[in-house]
Design a protein around this ligand. Structure first.
Ligand code: FES
Length: 574
């Protein structure tokens, strides 16, 4: 393996040459208390830390960053911690997706404008994984991802609780009157009881696992629970490895390929992962110059069995998944479905990394013949209601709804929904199709996770637990139900979803991959002519920038100018 020479390091331009400006840089490093021998001729490693007091999933990052530094020092690198925007899923409104691209821009420019040779990315809470990877991929220097790890299993009143899923479930029970406030409070105190990201197969576990399958982490890294001492050890090893990656000049272009994205998609499908992965993987692939499309997800879904028995699709949680062998064991079970020759961050191929990985619990990582779903765990729908596509997880939907025609009950936006959904006078029954408009990338804005529209209270009380729901929003990976999501183009820009009226017939046919509004074309044209574009959500600031440049869900909701593959010049140093 050819290795860089010290004078070929990117940071050499800042520190290595003799000039007034390099003197200034060296004097400022001295000001921070470092002797020249600590950094001269060594790879400078930026550790991008998304710790924040308002991000409960990353509370252990103050400790983990020290462990990463330890690894960097021990391998002869020079570690520098740099804080990056945390994108805290539970707290950031109106939707954390609004800020994923801002994090990606921050990452790229932090790396470009500083003397950095390689980077460790510390993330885990939903949008941090794609945001960090998108930015570092565009910067095109060696990087490695350190996933936060899932939190421990939730527990209260003798019951195991899963992030998100059990909140939705018990909220429905509270509204239906089947549990009281005391039980609700017990769930609150026990559902998140350690550092780490959500421990169901939500977006966080889905995306950290996808990052591992892409080859961007050390093998097995994504499954280790955050409080486990093996997580700390993984952090040290990650710090050690990035230094070698710099010397080997192991840039993202040498790891990311159409094959590695196939591996990530196959992983998401075998895990029963979040539909959010579609938006993120589309955006990440395009940053790497790979023209991934929605259809590839549907194609790979046909052949990939869902074998992770993890909630919300299954019964267990990420802690159980780790003890059962974790992602390497799962991938070994679908070895014939992945590109084993894909290179990874540790210098070995994916196939070498998973070779011999054993499953220790067949109930958690299922044998292929006992898969929860043999194929088709995800479906891409098209039709006159979603010309550019929409997505549904058939396995999460009541089977009786896989082919369903019902009358639309339309909500113009989420305010309208929350004002009327529980109104006893709402004209709705269990066969109705609930439609939410103006919840897409521009309409939400930021495509909030509103896609699991609540079941009207009167239907809940009558025992209804699933209905067909359609929106241009996303849905939490921990959600479930017959929810058609990511309808594109979105209603806010005049997509056909904007033209649906109360009482229209809508036909969902998952086996046929079809979503049709049963209204004749002339009537739709009449409605289109009457449709008026809503006022923009923002007139200034980041929101206005977002609105100007964001792409639709089928293109990954990136900014078009960031997905551009033109080279950006290195900064001049004078
Ligand atoms: Fe951070 Fe779920 S809230 S991963």
């Amino acid at each position: 393996m050819p290795r860089l020479k010290p004078e070929e390091l990117r940071s050499f331009r800042w520190f290595g040459r003799e000039a007034m400006r390099t003197f200034n840089h060296r004097s400022r490093v001295a000001q921070m208390g470092y002797d020249r021998r600590e950094y001269a001729g060594k790879p400078v490693i930026a550790i991008l830390n998304t710790w924040s007091d308002i991000n409960p999933c990353h509370t252990h990052f103050k400790q983990r960053v020290e462990e990463i530094k330890r690894g960097v020092w021990q391998s002869g690198g020079f570690p520098l911690e740099m804080p990056a925007m945390s994108v805290s899923e539970p707290f950031q409104k109106p939707s954390p997706l609004l800020y994923r691209n801002l994090l990606a821009m921050e990452v790229e420019e932090l790396l470009r404008s500083h003397p950095v040779d390689g980077a460790v990315l510390m993330g885990g809470c939903d949008k941090t994984t794609p945001g960090l990877i998108m930015g570092a991929t565009s910067m095109r220097i060696p990087f490695i991802y350190m996933p936060a790890g899932p939190m421990l299993k939730g527990n209260a009143s003798g019951r195991t609780l899963g992030s998100g899923s059990d909140m939705f479930k018990f909220w429905n029970e509270l509204r239906a009157g089947t549990i009281g406030m005391q039980q609700w409070e017990d769930v609150l105190s026990g559902i998140a009881r350690s550092p780490g990201h959500c421990m169901t197969m939500g977006t966080a576990s889905t995306m950290t696992s996808a990052a591992e399958a892409l080859g961007l982490t050390l093998p097995g890294a994504a499954s280790i629970p955050a409080p486990d001492s093996r997580h700390a050890q993984m952090a040290v090893l990650t710090g050690m490895r990035i230094v070698e990656m710099v010397w080997e000049d192991l840039r993202p272009a040498r790891i990311l390929s159409a094959e590695s994205f196939d591996n990530a998609i196959t992983t998401v499908l075998a895990l029963g992962g979040s539909t959010n992965a579609l938006v993120h993987l589309l955006a990440m692939a395009r940053r790497a110059g790979i023209a991934l499309t929605l259809d590839r997800f549907d194609q790979l879904a046909q052949r990939t069995p869902l074998i992770a028995n993890v909630r919300p699709a299954g019964a267990f949680l990420m802690e159980d998944f780790y003890y059962a062998g974790g992602l390497p064991a799962l991938l070994e079970r679908v070895r014939d479905l992945v590109h084993v020759d894909a290179p990874t961050a540790n210098g070995h191929t994916l196939g070498e990394n998973i070779a011999g990985a054993r499953v220790f619990n067949d109930e958690v990582i299922l044998p292929r013949e006992k898969a929860l779903v043999q194929g088709g765990s995800l479906a891409i729908l098209r039709g006159n209601l979603a010309p550019d596509g929409a997505v549904i997880k058939p396995a999460a939907a009541d089977a009786r709804l896989h082919r369903h025609t019902g009358r639309a009950v339309v909500f113009n936006d989420y305010h309208d929904l929350s004002a009327r959904i529980d109104d006893p006078a709402l004209a709705v029954d269990e066969n109705s199709v609930l439609v939410l408009q103006n919840a897409g990338p521009l309409g939400g804005p930021g495509m909030p996770e509103w896609g699991q529209l609540p079941i009207p209270k009167k239907l809940l009380q009558a025992g209804v637990r699933d209905m067909v729901r359609i929106s241009d929003a996303r849905m939490s990976g921990t959600s479930f139900g017959a929810c058609v999501l990511h309808v594109a183009p979105e209603s806010f820009i005049g997509g056909p979803l904007a033209l649906v009226r109360d009482g229209d017939l809508i036909e969902l046919d998952i086996p046929a991959r079809s979503l049709q509004l049963k209204v004749d074309a002339a009537e739709l044209e009449r409605r289109r002519a009457q449709w008026q574009a809503p006022e923009p959500r923002y007139r200034r600031g980041y929101g206005a920038l977002f609105a100007q440049h964001v792409t639709q869900a089928n293109d990954g909701c990136d900014f078009a100018f960031l997905a551009d593959q033109s080279a950006v010049p290195e900064p001049d140093i004078f």
